[in-house]
Design a protein around this ligand. Structure first.
Ligand code: URA
Ligand code: URA
Length: 236
């Protein structure tokens, strides 16, 4: 595997977020100069251009300086499940348990999410699970628009490498980040599509399990959404 350039090295105190320190020695023939004062999303876009495998993407993300969220997180959280699965599940951001274990959706929300998918026979063999954001926002606050923008090149590359047949967007933040639409309450259960490379992939927004834990009466909608997902999978 080629050595990936990390023009967004972590924890150099003087550098702008996601870029190289402006005092760093300029390296001719490298992207360093161009990355000076680049916004982090630009740094992320530049990095993913070199990525052609999931292992490389995981490594680039693990090395990336995303500012406050990566500074405060114990580790980046990449994925769990089967990269060859038909269904890719995309949540919002790791929480406390995910930050500790390094895997998405392993806390209380994750356990509910697993039960929701298990209701139609889906599990880690038949799902690939990740998040829009790879680091736990401090205190589980919502990710900022800048943090979402920084993460988009990574999640877009992630979708391209997994190339699923169906995408499930879990909760309002991932729904808005990836579709550009708002209104999870009226859009859940409504199939839409996401363009990944040249392909339009059928995409189903569902409620976030953390929301369902607070609004258990709405679990019936999650059940309807699973029936709809099962029909879609059967039609593939
Ligand atoms: N909530 C999410 O959106 N993702 C996780 O991984 C955990 C909780
Ligand atoms: N608000 C969200 O952000 N997500 C949900 O799933 C429901 C309400």
């Amino acid at each position: 595997m080629p050595n990936l350039p990390t023009n967004a090295p972590r924890r150099l105190p003087t550098k702008p977020v996601g870029g190289k320190s402006s005092t760093a020695k300029p390296k001719p023939e490298s992207r360093a100069k161009q990355a000076v004062s680049a916004p982090p999303s630009q740094a992320a876009s530049n990095l993913v251009k070199k990525v052609s495998t999931l292992d490389q993407l995981r490594e680039v993300i693990a090395e990336f300086d995303a500012g406050e969220i990566s500074d405060h997180a114990r580790q980046s959280v990449f994925s769990r499940g089967n990269p060859d699965a038909d269904v890719m599940v995309i949540g919002e951001a790791p929480g406390r348990d995910e930050d500790i274990q390094g895997k998405p959706f392993v806390g209380r929300s994750g356990q509910l999410l697993d039960r929701i998918f298990a209701s139609i026979g889906l599990n880690e063999d038949s799902l690939y699970i990740t998040n829009v954001i790879n680091w736990r926002p401090p205190g589980n606050r919502n990710p900022t628009p800048e943090e979402i923008a920084t993460s988009l090149p990574f999640i877009h590359k992630h979708m391209e490498l997994v190339a699923p047949s169906v995408i499930v967007l879990v909760g309002g933040v991932s729904f808005s980040a990836l579709t550009g639409m708002t209104g999870i309450m009226k859009n859940r259960g409504q199939w839409t599509s996401l363009k990944v490379g040249e392909t339009d992939i059928p995409t189903l927004p569902i409620y976030h399990p953390a929301f369902l834990l607070r609004q258990p009466a709405l679990k019936k909608d999650a059940w309807l959404d699973m029936l709809s997902l099962r029909s879609k999978i059967e039609s593939l």
